[in-house]
Design a protein around this ligand. Structure first.
Ligand SMILES: [Zn+2]
Length: 138
């Protein structure tokens, strides 16, 4: 549980560039790194562009829209804190920018998940420095 917000599940404790990303999300913004030299988007955060090797980049706002790329449904809680939320889905969303994020799902039943299902991304605040994205129906 997050000490700061009462968030009921284990929350990430990110460092470095990952912490910067989670901080934008905590502030209600979904941003990804975009290379200043070739324009390629990337996620998860890293120092160098995999396309051109540049270390010049900018945190750039996402449209917040994408589609389900893959998912899994967990039926057995592997931690007691998840006992109340099973079965739950974790999805990989391919964003319009081409990057993929892993997140939870709201307002879509597990049995209604499908490949390429359009979704938008909502944000659940966890603390002042961590927010968690989740997929919603588009
Ligand atoms: Zn580049």
């Amino acid at each position: 549980m997050s000490e700061e917000s009462g968030y009921p599940l284990p929350a990430p404790a990110p460092e470095g560039l990952n912490a910067e990303w989670y901080e934008f999300v905590a502030g209600g913004e979904l941003r990804f790194q975009r290379c200043d030299d070739c324009g390629k988007w990337r996620h998860p955060p890293r120092v160098l562009c995999a396309a051109c090797g540049s270390d010049h980049w900018t945190w750039t706002a996402s449209t917040g829209k994408g589609a389900i790329y893959s998912w899994t449904v967990t039926h057995r809680p592997l931690h007691p804190m998840f006992a109340e939320v099973v079965p739950y889905a974790v999805v990989v969303v391919e964003m319009e920018e081409g990057v993929r994020i892993i997140c939870s799902v709201r307002e879509i039943a597990n049995e209604d998940l499908s490949l390429d299902l359009p979704v938008s991304i909502g944000i659940a605040p966890v603390s002042d420095t961590v927010g968690l994205p989740y997929a919603l129906p588009a």
